[in-house]
Ligand binder design. Sequence first.
Ligand code: PBG
Length: 329
Amino acid sequence: MYPLRRNRRLRTSEAIRSLVRETVITPQDFIVPLFVVEGKGVKKEIASMPDYYRFSLDLLVTEVKELWSLGLKSVLLFVKVPDNLKDNIGTEALNPEGLMQRAIKTVKDAVPGMYVMTDVALDPYSSYGHDGVVGNGMIVNDDTNAILAKMSLSHAQAGADMVAPSDMMDGRIFEIRTLLEDEGFHNTGILSYSAKYASAFYGPFRDALDSAPAAIKDVPKDKKAYQMDFSNRDEAVKETLMDIQEGADIVMVKPGLCYLDIVRDIRDAVDVPVAVYQVSGEYAMLKAAAAKGWLDHDAVMLEQVIAIKRAGAHMMASYFAKDVVKLLS
Ligand code: PBG
């Protein structure tokens, strides 16, 4: 007697394993998040994100050229705004000469083919570190939406290909889509952070942009009144379907690894591309463990990005993008 089916037969060599492999990672899978600061000649490492940097515009040029040469064709821009330009309503976010608007033009001038996505939320511009306008101890939904729509228009006017609202206000996709259409930006896309959880994994990102919610009286200390409760699963599908109805071109789950059940639910429920954001805390955890010699950095990194894609992501925003692509080439 012998087993009729020996599954190990298809695992006997790398050649046969690669032939039956269900998920492969390529440079096209990635959106590269980039942090931009004012100044000249700045390439400053983020303390809680080893080997990840904030760039001034001149060095951003070098970086995006390198990304392009590696086959990385889309970026997601974030800006660190000086404190003196922050207020409660994100006034600076609408400045046509603001850092984001200049960053968009800089990337487009340096690498015209690069697909430029931009973060849309008030937190980097907010004196309170919140994604929306603060009023009476709350984040005021509809007032925020009006600003987010104008912010999106401003990014589109500066040359952004796609705006990425990360704020979790209700109805903002509709408001953004409407204003973009009214102003003739029919081809400016919307990547909606449709299922974004109130997660402690965003800590290092808030260090990078100095954008943590402020410890001020009558200001919420966390984002739980707008970002989703991480105990919820079905709600993620509801949020995402609503954003698609409102006009989202791509939807996103965030964070990544702890939320792969959500990724699969959404992938099965929608007919638009699904993105995942593998966030700063996920990056920091692996860097820290690898620095201690506790985990094999490259092996774990690859396992993680494959897992995200296997779960159902068509693409992912990841701080590992460059590392992965270099490793594979
Ligand atoms: C802000 C925003 C955050 C991230 C992306 N956009 C932080 C937050 O919501 O507090 C997190 C990204 C990361 O942790 O890598 N709207």
